[in-house]
Design a protein around this ligand. Structure first.
Ligand code: FE2
Length: 337
């Protein structure tokens, strides 16, 4: 707890100090020691941050759905509502190119793909470590060409994705990995805020021994995604239980492009960032493209980010009374909400 108090005491530099605090585990030399193990300050911070993230996304998603419905009075029931997963196709003329560009991306071990600031995110999995990750999957770095192609593919399916979700959407970060032949994963949900979804694109196709993803649908049927090169599945990854189906032994690893899809007030299919450790924006105010905009009561997104960090910090510290009334808090406005 002292560590959090120390950060709070230096309010002027708190944003930077929190970023350093989160990055600390990334510098552990002998691999990946979870910050959630043995550090009470980190555990408190993680829980507060996750609770605040769920809350903020719920509110934001509700507003985004209302906005979409007002702009599209003839909207139907979102296609995702029925089963929780939807399988689609990449336009036929882009399929070969997608597989080729994916396979051209450089392979990089899991451990080495750790962009700054993303080692400790709301999804941080204390049970995962490089040895296991590299046994199950190989990982790749995004190339400029693949990114451009993905932006084209996402733009081409943008109206369909709106109908599936029932709201405007934005593409977030992308992870590239190939599941190796061997063991299937276990059924699980991802534990993200429920309004965020996953889009999985399979550059070499899915099913027929190539590997796939199995979904435990809302009607209690279990189905595997299947399709040609560029087949994709959009699903409620925190509601619908799912598991990776490994390719059959002797087959190639199953290439996968995993994209975070967030609700939005305007559809923006351009992907934002990549890397195997990059997850979702933990707050809607982290969405790119809003920088400098005055969005709430005249606050800019940068100011909202700062206030959110401080609010989370107070939550993690159980909001002790003496800090609530500290002169350090004056003018920040976080007690008004
Ligand atoms: Fe998952």
């Amino acid at each position: 707890m002292d560590k959090l108090k120390e950060i709070f005491a230096d309010l002027e530099n708190s944003t930077q100090k929190l970023a350093d605090f989160e990055r600390e585990p990334a510098s552990v030399p002998d691999g990946y020691v979870s910050p959630l193990v043995g550090d009470p300050a980190a555990i408190k911070w993680y829980r507060a941050r996750r609770a605040f993230s769920y809350f903020a996304w719920d509110i934001y998603a509700g507003a985004a759905i209302k906005h979409y419905q007002a702009a599209n009075p003839n909207h139907g029931v979102p296609l995702l509502n029925e089963h929780g997963a939807f399988v689609g196709e990449t336009p036929i003329h882009l399929r070969e190119m997608l597989e080729r560009e994916y396979l051209r991306c450089k392979e990089v071990p899991w451990r080495d793909q750790r962009p700054e600031g993303s080692a400790f995110n709301p999804l941080y999995d204390p049970d995962s470590y490089p040895a296991v990750r590299d046994q199950e999957c190989s990982h790749r770095e995004m190339s400029v060409d693949l990114e451009a192609l993905l932006n084209d593919i996402l733009a081409s399916i943008a109206p369909l994705v709106e109908a599936i979700l029932g709201h405007y959407w934005s593409a977030g970060a992308v992870r590239l990995y190939s599941h190796k032949p061997g063991q299937d994963a276990r059924f699980h949900t991802d534990g993200w805020p429920l309004s965020l979804r996953k889009l999985m694109i399979y550059p070499s196709g899915a099913g027929s021994g190539k590997g796939s993803t199995a979904f435990f649908l809302k009607n209690d049927l279990v189905v595997d995604a299947a399709g040609d090169k560029g087949a994709w599945a959009l699903f409620e990854n925190s509601t619908v239980r799912h598991k990776a189906i490994a390719p059959q032994l002797g087959n190639s690893p199953r290439p996968t492009i995993e994209i975070v899809i967030t609700p939005a007030f305007k559809t923006d299919p351009k992907i934002k960032g990549s890397g195997i450790h990059v997850m979702y924006p933990w707050l809607p105010s982290d969405i790119e493209g809003l920088e400098g905009e005055r969005v709430t009561n005249g606050f800019t997104t940068a100011e909202i980010k700062n206030r959110s960090l401080l609010r989370t910090l107070l939550l993690a510290m159980d909001m002790p009374g003496e800090l609530k009334t500290s002169p350090l808090c004056k003018g920040l406005g976080y007690l008004d909400i």
